[in-house]
Design a protein around this ligand. Structure first.
Ligand SMILES: Nc1ncnc2c1ncn2[C@@H]1O[C@H](COP(=O)(O)OP(=O)(O)OP(=O)(O)O)[C@@H](O)[C@H]1O
Ligand SMILES: [Mg+2]
Length: 330
């Protein structure tokens, strides 16, 4: 659905120097997938989104959305391609002087859709985002989460194939964040829309993304299905998604060694329980740990303190049970 081939974006800067915002970015997002883009400030995330909305053109490379090559379309075709791409922003950017219904219907009005058809569609959209009956409310009468719902309904008005979201939840509290994420998943499920989410919150990726890309200095550092990237314990995204537990303030006795352990399992397969049982039977103590349930797998990371004299046997036993082990250098 979204395809980037060797995309490079260079911004000229005064004085003849230049900034390479995107460098050889190749990326594919399947139809109906929810794909996260993560990376530090300045990594090129917003540049990527601007290129996808065709507000900017790549310096080199090709961008295809829903079969349309954005790098070459012009005029009327470009407008049509843009209508196929919905945008959701960090702040909903609503028209404050218009009701929720008028905000949602605004893109349809611009597109010349009849009043009757617009009213029907607006009602349908408000109900989709859980705001049935709130069409007459003004933005100032809505909560942050509700405003974002209006923003999502507006982005969907033209029945786009793709929804691009730039930090859609970073201005919301945790409860509203959960609701908006579950709404985005619902929208994907019922409307079949492909969703690209830029976020700095790893919890967003853990909660709803099927696949994820880590950008760094304009380049793709890692990309893949969430389930695949987390099961590679040493990969940068696995460390971001399920961080190694902190043991900074923990006193580890002289005769003990700290092991970093990671395991993955499918729901219903008690790998976590087995690892804990194995650790206990080997005389290991759990110093710290994290456990995350992702879409279709569970990932645990433990810091185990083990008697140094039995370290090698314990490592061998854990490895024999498909558990990833690494000694922590303190
Ligand atoms: N219009 C522009 N002119 C010149 N340089 C730009 C322009 N837009 C972005 N850049 C530069 O391109 C790089 C990528 O910027 P971008 O805004 O895409 O980062 P980002 O990943 O969205 O960061 P953040 O998380 O802070 O929003 C940065 O070095 C930035 O300074
Ligand atoms: Mg940005």
């Amino acid at each position: 659905m979204i395809d980037l081939r060797a995309v490079r974006k260079v911004y000229p800067v005064k004085g003849g120097a230049e900034v390479v915002a995107l460098d050889d970015v190749t990326l594919h997002v399947d139809k109906g997938a929810i794909h996260g883009i993560v990376g530090q400030s300045g990594a090129g995330k917003s540049t990527l989104i601007r290129c996808l909305t065709a507000l900017e053109r790549p310096t080199e490379g090709r961008i295809t959305v829903d079969g349309v090559d954005l790098s070459t379309v012009r005029g009327r075709e470009l407008l049509r391609a843009r209508r196929n791409i919905g945008m959701v922003f960090q702040a909903a950017n609503l028209l404050e002087a218009r009701t929720a219904a008028a905000n949602v219907g605004y893109p349809l009005k611009l597109a010349g859709v009849s009043r009757q058809e617009t009213e029907r569609r607006v009602e349908e959209l408000l109900s989709l985002v859980g705001l049935a009956g709130r069409g007459d409310s003004y933005p100032s009468q809505l909560s942050g989460g509700q405003r974002q719902r209006v923003g999502i309904a507006r982005a969907l008005a033209d029945t786009p194939a793709v929804l691009l979201c730039d930090e859609p939840t970073s201005a919301l509290d945790s409860e509203s964040t959960r609701q908006i994420l579950s709404l985005l998943r619902h929208v994907r499920d019922v409307a079949g829309v492909t969703v690209l989410i830029i976020t700095h919150e790893m919890s967003v990726v853990r909660e709803i993304c099927d696949s994820v890309t880590l950008l760094g200095h304009g380049r793709v550092i890692q990309s893949g299905k969430v389930d695949d990237v987390v099961t590679d314990p040493t990969s940068p995204l696995a460390r971001e998604l399920v961080p190694v537990p902190h043991v900074d303030d923990v006193h580890i006795p002289e005769a003990m060694t700290l092991l970093d352990v990671m395991f993955t399992s499918r729901p219903g397969v008690p790998t976590g329980a087995n690892v804990l049982r194995l650790a206990a039977s080997l005389g290991a103590d759990v110093t710290a740990g994290t456990f995350e349930s992702l879409a279709t797998s569970q990932v645990g990371r433990l810091a185990l303190s083990v008697p140094t004299i039995h370290k090698d046997q314990i490592i061998a036993q854990l490895k024999a049970n498909n558990v990833h082990v690494q000694e922590r250098n303190l």
